[in-house]
Design a protein around this ligand. Structure first.
Ligand SMILES: Nc1ncnc2c1ncn2[C@@H]1O[C@H](COP(=O)(O)OP(=O)(O)OP(=O)(O)O)[C@@H](O)[C@H]1O
Ligand SMILES: [Mg+2]
Length: 261
């Protein structure tokens, strides 16, 4: 169904080496509007490296990136933001000592015509964006360090979408959260999907992301093992892809798929 539309992101035949190690080797992944794609694989599989190429943190050695069907020139994080790509790292980049509104506008503060900080406008916008994402959030006057992990996560996401992110990369978003907060992040992700944002969810733990994902792409030793719709495969089958590179019948194999003898 989604296949007739133009993908938001296509990464084609991407490779990068660090001193002879193929961290990412001929990897292709794509992402459609309103879709969640889980990028799975063991520690060191190449997930973060692949996604850092999309976010402009690393420059690829080979391959191409298309955004909305057009070749994209992404050489640094600034380029990536220009294409609407925002990343939320595992170590949440929020400033603990200031409130949600200040975090949303950190480094991009709104100012009055007199050059002073426009706190009123920033708080109003913060309430609007946070209200959309997390209607229960009321703690606008408190420093972010007083918030729960899930609330902090919503501040980080609000910051990304405030600046019109169309493509959101979340690297291990729930790794540090308890069950209730993980559920809260799940709700946030559903809201972002409804707004047509595409999300790459990176995890080494399938249980964290399987229920949230529309599709999975599995990596192993820098290569893509395969892709599958979550409705077509079981968790055990995806585990087989992660551990052995074994691709089930309803999945699409990649260059890293186990070769049948
Ligand atoms: N800057 C770098 N310099 C040298 N080697 C690197 C660099 N970044 C990643 N690597 C290597 O590339 C490979 C892939 O690492 P990467 O961090 O992408 O894995 P990952 O799938 O994100 O793993 P994890 O689940 O542990 O986060 C590893 O062998 C890693 O040691
Ligand atoms: Mg990683």
């Amino acid at each position: 169904m989604t296949e007739q539309r133009t993908p938001l992101v296509e990464m084609r035949n991407i490779s990068i080496s660090f001193g002879g190690i193929h961290a990412v080797d001929n990897a292709s992944v794509d992402l459609y509007p309103g879709e969640v794609v889980a990028l799975l694989g063991h520690n060191g599989a190449g997930k973060s490296t692949l996604i850092k190429i999309l976010s402009g943190a690393y420059r690829r050695d080979e391959g191409e990136i298309l955004i909305n069907g057009e070749p994209a020139d992404i050489s640094n994080p600034r380029d990536a933001k220009k294409y609407g790509i925002e990343t939320i790292y595992q170590t949440l980049a929020v400033a603990d000592n200031v409130d949600a509104a200040a975090n949303l506008y950190l480094g991009r503060e709104l100012r009055t015509p007199w050059g002073t900080l426009d706190d009123v406008a920033m708080e109003a916008k913060a309430r609007e964006v946070m209200g959309r994402l997390n209607p229960n959030f009321q703690r606008f006057k408190e420093p972010v360090k007083a918030l729960s992990g899930g609330q902090r996560q919503s501040v980080a996401i609000a910051r990304a979408i405030l600046f019109n992110a169309r493509i959101l990369i979340m690297d291990e978003p729930t790794a540090a959260l308890g069950p209730q907060e993980t559920a809260q992040v799940g709700e946030l992700i559903k809201q972002l999907k409804r707004e047509g944002i595409g999300i790459f969810l990176i995890s080494h733990d399938i249980h964290d992301v399987f229920d949230l994902a529309d599709r999975v792409s599995v990596m192993k030793n820098g290569q893509v093992v395969g892709h599958a719709r979550t409705e077509d495969v079981t968790k055990d089958e995806v585990l087989g892809m992660i551990i052995m590179g074994k691709v089930p019948a309803k999945a699409t194999p990649g260059p890293g798929a186990m070769q049948m003898a």
